[in-house]
Design a protein around this ligand. Structure first.
Ligand SMILES: Cc1ncc(COP(=O)(O)O)c(C=O)c1O
Length: 345
């Protein structure tokens, strides 16, 4: 076991033992290789460098209360990566290869998997990069698939379940109407970097994007989905331009199991005033409560048109906490995995 400060890992890069690599060439995938050298050899003309021939995934492995290692819903990530790759016109690994390489990655780096009890996990990052040399605007025919991992703790510096402030991004979109917002492709993140930097520089942790066609409905945060609790309802936007979050999908099931009604529908911006609790949800952020959302005409503008104060204020709402504890309990093997979500190694 590595001697790391498991309680204070944060969400930062750390070198581990190995990454797992397979290459798609001549119509087939090579056997996965364990590489301790993280400095990849890539042709400078590779499609990933010019035209964003790049998509990726994010999932987690947990060491449970019972000492077992669990990977949360890797089959869902395999399918989402295949969907992203198809959108980019690139080959994707089969579900079997994807899961096998995730398991290899966890095994090779097992001494970096945080012990139980520190609220920490192993973040697994599979990436798919177009690798053959090219100069035209083409989908890459050759692809490198690498699975790497990092031990992580809280995504937010504020700590787990600490409410954060968000701002609506009115003058920067992350997705185009009929664009690629629902795919986990690198390009979507590139376009959100500048507005994120701006939001952080003016004191906001999260950036809330609206539907790019009309700017009247809530879409999602830049790194996570939007969920709102209203009475006994779990509400989340139904939109073509948000990433179909696996955490959100799981929380919807948990909410339904808890007897809540699950509403996947358009969420008008003004409805932000009606929610009892609002959270960002995703693999990295798990559930991050939102305490307020400022609506500004532009991120650069000094004025705030309207502030939506979420009633729970500086604490995490009761329903959000229950959702959080249930999903984390399932991931840690403390709550029965009745939907068979975890792959136990
Ligand atoms: C833009 C965006 N939305 C939502 C999510 C949450 O998705 P998931 O729960 O599958 O991690 C992520 C993170 O992966 C994301 O980057």
């Amino acid at each position: 076991m590595q001697n790391l400060d498991w309680s204070n890992l944060g969400f930062v890069y750390r070198k581990t033992n190995a990454i797992i690599v397979s290459r798609f060439r001549d119509g087939q995938w090579t056997s996965p290789e364990v590489c301790s050298d993280f400095d990849f050899h890539f042709n400078a003309f590779a499609g990933v460098f010019h035209y964003g021939n790049s998509c990726f995934e994010g999932l987690k492995a947990f060491r449970g209360a019972d000492g077992k290692v669990r990977i949360f819903r890797p089959d869902e990530n395999a399918r989402r990566l295949a969907r992203s790759a198809k959108r980019l016109g690139m080959a994707a690994p089969s579900e079997d290869l994807f899961i096998r390489m995730c398991c290899m990655c966890v095994s090779e780096n097992i001494d970096f998997l945080p012990p139980f009890g520190y609220n920490a996990s192993m973040y697994i990052r599979p990436v798919l990069e177009g690798s053959n040399p090219d100069i035209g605007i083409n989908s890459s025919k050759e692809v490198v698939f690498a699975v790497m991992c990092v031990p992580v703790g809280n995504y937010s510096k504020a700590g787990s379940l600490s409410p954060v402030r968000a701002v609506i991004s009115r003058n920067y979109d992350r997705a185009a109407p009929n664009g690629t917002g629902s795919f986990k492709i690198a390009a979507n993140y590139a376009v959100s970097l500048y507005p994120y930097n701006l939001a952080h520089s003016i004191g906001y942790t999260e950036l809330l994007f609206l539907d790019p066609a009309t700017k009247t409905k809530v879409d999602e945060f830049g790194s996570s989905n939007f969920i709102g609790i209203r009475g006994n309802s779990f509400v989340t936007p139904l939109s073509d331009s948000v990433l179909p979050s696996i955490t959100n999908k799981s929380l919807q099931t948990i909410a339904a199991d808890m007897g809540m009604s699950v509403e996947k529908r358009a969420v008008p911006v003004e409805e932000l005033a009606e929610f009892d609790e609002v959270d960002a949800c995703g693999t990295a952020v798990v559930i991050t409560p939102i305490r307020s959302i400022d609506d500004k005409p532009a991120l650069e503008a000094p004025e705030v048109t309207r502030t939506y104060e979420i009633p729970v204020g500086d604490s995490c709402g009761k329903v959000s906490r229950r959702l959080y504890e249930t999903i984390r309990g399932i991931q840690n093997g403390e709550i029965e995995d009745s939907h068979d979500w975890c792959l136990v190694l």
